[in-house]
Design a binder for this molecule. Structure first.
Ligand SMILES: *Cc1c(COP(=O)(O)O)cnc(C)c1O
Length: 408
């Protein structure tokens, strides 16, 4: 099983109308490659059931390539940013500030001032110290800043511990008790107009969004009763994708579930992974085959600096050979060149040998955006496929890029 956009024709894999074998031979590996058709389909699955007043804010940290942000903006999506850098990027592609929300557990004063100067839709407050700082900025600038309160609803997202963000002892959000205390206080530099939460990532149980909505709704009624002009409820992101391609976690159903409960209040969603995850693949060349002890290794030219999810979250990304060149399919560990034992993509039955190419699936989200220069490796190029058209949406780095900021 593989992503919808990938088909096998005569034992060669195609992404939309493009032969992956042709491009793997033509362009230096490793590289990321995305299907525009899949991105558009994922966007549509979020837009199908929402009303005019609701807003889907793409979570930029999943993948912040400007070409991808542009596709999102052209389809009317808003943006959820978590840093000044992400805000800079979405403004660069002409995003409407009134469709931008800013979340994050540790925003600096310069970052907050930047967001305030750009008049974005909502800065989501995650701590009491941030509330005081924003109020001070509002007073200094003689402005009433649009904010939301991000709470920690103490809901277990039941995914990996590193990507759960909504349990009581996580660093994210404000406890409901602290939020209620804020509702009673008066701050003339800010206006609180939204209640939000993001309970984690790779959530496979969409009932949780209903539970979450009820908690947020109750709190928003409390804020309204205290005179705050609540004008949206934000249920965050986190809907899963299936890295094994067995199940589908449907944005249509999840958004419908929440909107059916919503009544008049506008709802914001903040999906990242479920918009871009399945649309991206990583193409890599086998440098050689090696047997050490009882293990067989396929050593490839992509490493954990290109894709850190397996090392960081024990994520299991399906891997296939782009052309099935040999019949045997013994089990191999597919490993990268980085000097870390954790630099492994897992064990697969793959028939491949030196110079064959492999494709690593479901890497559109938290793939390139988490890439680094570790081991002074160059970050890879990114390509976007639209039918038979190939666009280079980011160049591969050069050795000069590696040193251009060093002073010596
Ligand atoms: C990361 C993040 C998201 C998106 O999470 P996904 O699992 O990619 O959908 C949404 N909201 C906030 C505040 C986040 O930090």
């Amino acid at each position: 099983m593989r992503p919808n956009s990938i088909k096998s024709l005569d034992n060669i894999l195609y992404l939309e109308d493009v032969s992956l074998l042709d491009i793997a031979k033509k362009y230096p590996t490793p590289f990321y490659i995305y299907s525009k058709e899949m991105i558009l389909a994922a966007i549509d699955s979020y837009l199908t059931n929402i009303r005019k007043k609701d807003l889907v804010c793409y979570s930029v940290k999943a993948n912040s390539n400007l070409a991808i942000l542009k596709i999102m903006a052209e389809k009317g999506m808003g943006f959820d940013v978590v840093s000044g850098g992400e805000l800079f990027k979405v403004l660069k592609i002409g995003a409407d500030p009134q469709k931008i929300i800013y979340s994050g557990v540790g925003k600096t004063k310069p970052e907050l001032e930047y967001a305030v100067d750009k008049d974005i839709k909502s800065i989501n407050i995650e701590s009491l110290f941030e509330l005081e700082l924003l109020n001070q900025i509002g007073n200094e600038k003689n402005k009433v800043i649009n904010t939301g309160i991000r709470i920690n609803p103490d809901i277990d997202a039941k995914s990996h511990p590193y990507i759960e963000t909504g349990k009581a002892d996580c660093k994210f959000g404000l406890s409901v008790d602290d939020a209620k205390r804020i509702a009673d206080a008066s701050h003339d530099g800010i206006s609180i107009s939204g209640i939000s939460a993001h309970i984690g990532s790779q959530i496979t149980d969409d009932e949780l969004f209903g539970t979450l909505f009820n908690d947020l709704k109750a709190l928003s009624e409390f804020f309204i009763s205290k005179g705050h002009p609540i004008n949206h409820i934000d249920v965050g992101g986190g809907l899963a994708i299936d890295y094994d391609f067995q199940e589908s976690f449907s944005p249509e159903l999840m958004t419908k579930k929440v909107i059916d409960m919503a009544g008049d209040i506008p709802i914001f969603f903040e999906p990242g992974r479920s918009l871009i995850g399945q649309a991206g693949s990583l193409v890599t060349e086998v440098l050689g085959v090696k047997i050490n002890g009882t293990n067989r290794f396929l050593i490839v030219d992509a490493g954990m600096n290109d894709l850190i999810r397996p090392a960081l979250y024990q994520a299991n990304h399906k891997i296939e050979a782009i052309s099935a060149s040999s019949e045997s399919s013994e089990k191999h560990y597919v490993v990268g060149p980085v000097c870390e034992t954790a630099d492994s993509f897992g064990e697969f039955s793959i028939a491949a040998q030196e110079h064959d190419h492999l494709v690593i699936y479901s890497v559109g989200a938290y793939g390139y955006s988490m890439a680094s220069n570790y081991n002074s490796r160059l970050r890879a190029a990114e390509y976007l496929i639209d039918g038979s058209k190939i666009s280079e949406i980011r160049k591969a780095e050069s050795y000069e890029d590696l040193i251009k900021l060093d002073q010596y």
